[in-house]
Design a protein around this ligand. Sequence first.
Ligand code: NAX
Length: 364
Amino acid sequence: MEYLVSMEKPLVLLGCAYLSWKIVRHIWGFLNVEKEPVTVLVTGAAGQIGYALVPMIARGAMLGPDQPVIIHMLDIEPAAEALKGVKMELIDAAFPLLKGVVATTDVIEACKGVDIAVMVGGFPRKEGMERKEVMSKNVSIYKAQASALEKHAAPDCKVLVVANPANTNALILKEFAPSFPEKNITCLTRLDHNRALGQISERLNINAGDVKNVIIWGNHSSTQYPDVNHATVDTGNGLKPVRELVGDDCWLNAKFITTVQQRGADIIKARKLSSALSAASAACDHVHDWVLGTPKGTWVSMGVYSDGSYGVPPGIIYSFPVTCEKGEWSIVQGLKIDEFSRAKMDATAKELVEEKSLAYSCLK
Ligand code: NAX
């Protein structure tokens, strides 16, 4: 009897613990099941980046493995059939996270309720075309799509512009969606950032995941400045500066920079097509880190609205090192800039200021 009484308390405690565990698991399961889908728009979805990007989104590479998604795909009339095919393939892949697909050539239907807009569609530069002519076509596309997004997207919609000229298309989008906060409009330079990580890891024969804090400054064009002055490698025995480990400033200040700047052209030479899988992957990385945060001590490169940091003219979309937390990016402050970097950062800013005035001249 005495034995039974002494057992009573631990048994009750055990029962309570079991019950609490069941309740927590139930609530957790309930929360997981009920996680609201996020609606992601991909424009130019019948193109080659679109084709690589939509399955990545549907697999959770952009927003995480437990985040259901609805994908809206927009393209233009001549690509309507191809777009229909992409939708059929998405259905055939039976992605568990994919809760809906809209494939349309109607910009209003495409923009309705979107939480994240990845703008890949645009007018490519064709042989013999003047720069102004291409700019003018893209300015009118981005002007129209900005208004549709402003009217029909979710109130806190985050926008990533991929289509070139990416920085200036993003600027036009911001101009014609004035109620969107500046903080919600960005452009893709993460591909260049990842290319820089790739070059360093190849040179040192290490994993790209062990290299961090490279920076792409400026325009997503051949004037961009890939900077390794603050980059480090996790050696397993502490962080070491990339410059020290590479031990070849000539390579870092010349060949490394031009390789990253010209990588897109080299891919075209090799593939006879421009980068698609790496661009799609970088778009996922960009949105992933923006929404879910950058790891502690790590920054990434994003084209964002300049607030004048590092002496960059305000009012252009310029690639900076940023950290992200709770869905917001902030420019990393206080990095030392040497003379070599200053000149390169100014040159790419100058190009962006010129692009901006070209774009505005197309609006007249
Ligand atoms: P594709 O030509 O394969 O696809 C573009 C798609 O956009 C086509 O299906 C086209 O019909 C569609 N489109 C054209 N006008 C449209 C409009 N008004 N609304 C919706 N869709 C429209 O090009 P792709 O290789 O996918 O490249 C797409 C864009 O990404 C290009 O502008 C390219 O220059 C740019 N890039 C940007 C990169 C970056 O890092 N920021 C890197 C990769 C890429 O070069």
